[in-house]
Design a protein around this ligand. Structure first.
Ligand code: SF4
Length: 354
């Protein structure tokens, strides 16, 4: 545990902390404080950085003084980054694939052990592509299920490796009954899907995997990210899912987060969401009328036709969520998920709903 000193009284307490009970102390910049040689201390930390920290959070303290928040108690958007590696290279990937630091799995298991079982109701397992961990993914999911019996576990995966039925079976078993999978399917045809994923053969790999997961009774959702390479065939995409993949639990149409590779490729990918709103509404209508659960993620209410507002979710992770000044006077701000504060660009058509 770390001790956070925000007041002069708490700064005095740091001098008497017992080393066996406390891993480190973090002290606000406004306080007089005598560092201790036997206890790692980070001091001179700004109030804004300290404000969000509360008991039960898990942070990583870097000797440079940086504080990284790894787990926020009670927040539904916590996740474990299983790996940075990937077997695809999606044109709009917000997280550039790369190598893993040593000991990533062990660090994830340590982080998991520090999470609050009672107050963690959801946990994501993300990447990179988590299935590249192979048997270690089975181990990680089992550990999540045992440590967090109340949590819904969501695995974000391109699922290609579930072409291997036995591996799929091992992962499904490890996570049952808490595991849900979110799988990208970007088109109703191999040419467009493979081009978006940067991986030839990925469309048919994913379809084979989806059938294996259906055979195993694994709940899955499908998702696509909307940009210049995907918006051209949204209704045929919806029809393809309805006719060929009737077992999926939900379909999500996602706005693009303009960081990582999406930022690198922004000029060829960016379409203002206002300009594709009618095609999006038609695809949502197609699925909803056929009772396929459908969601719109990362889109602002003011740029969507009102008929699809009931499908728009507040999906942006809380610490990435932002509301530009135009939102101040907006009547539906409480229901709107806002924009990505991390993003480079958002719609030019945002306007307060009166
Ligand atoms: S003005 Fe802001 S709060 Fe209102 S709908 Fe648009 S993005 Fe959402």
């Amino acid at each position: 545990m770390i001790f956070v000193a925000r007041s002069p009284r708490e700064a005095k307490v740091v001098t008497s902390l017992r080393r066996e009970h406390w891993a480190a102390a973090v002290v606000a910049d406004s306080l007089d404080f005598a560092p201790r040689a036997d206890l790692p201390c980070i001091y001179g930390v700004g109030a804004a950085e300290l404000a969000p920290l509360e008991e039960g959070d898990v942070v990583c303290l870097d000797p440079s003084g940086d504080i990284a928040l790894l787990y926020k108690i009670g927040n539904p958007h916590n996740s474990l980054l299983a790996t940075n590696r990937c077997n695809c290279l999606c044109v709009m990937c917000p997280q550039r694939p790369g190598d893993d630091p040593p000991g990533l799995l062990e660090n994830n298991l340590k982080l998991l052990a520090l999470m609050d079982a009672a107050r963690t109701t959801a946990l994501g397992i993300t990447g990179g592509e988590p299935t590249l961990l192979g048997d270690d993914l089975v181990r990680l999911i089992e550990a999540c299920r045992q440590k967090l019996p109340r949590a819904r576990l969501t695995l974000l995966t391109n699922a290609r490796r579930f072409k291997d039925l036995e591996f799929a079976r091992a992962v499904v078993r490890a996570g049952y009954p808490q595991l849900f999978m979110e799988i990208p399917l970007f088109a109703d045809n191999d040419t467009q899907h493979d081009a978006v994923m940067g991986a030839r053969g990925s469309f048919y790999d994913t379809l084979e995997a989806l059938h294996h997961l259906a055979l195993l009774g694994q709940p899955v959702g499908l998702r696509t990210v909307l940009h210049a390479m995907t918006i051209g065939r949204l209704v045929p995409y919806a029809e393809f899912i309805y006719r060929n993949l009737p077992y999926v639990f939900q379909v999500a149409f996602m706005g693009m987060e303009t960081i990582g590779l999406a930022s690198d490729n922004l000029e060829r990918l960016w379409v203002d969401p206002y300009d594709y709103r009618l095609e999006l509404a038609a695809a949502v209508r197609y699925l909803a009328r056929r009772l396929v659960p459908v969601s719109i993620y990362n889109h602002q209410l003011c740029i969507l036709p009102a008929e699809v507002w009931p499908y728009a979710r507040q999906s942006i992770t809380t610490w990435k969520q932002a509301y530009p000044p135009v939102c101040e006077a907006c009547r539906v701000r409480d229901r709107c998920g806002g924009v990505f504060g991390t993003g480079k660009r958002h719609s030019a058509y945002l306007r307060a709903v009166g």
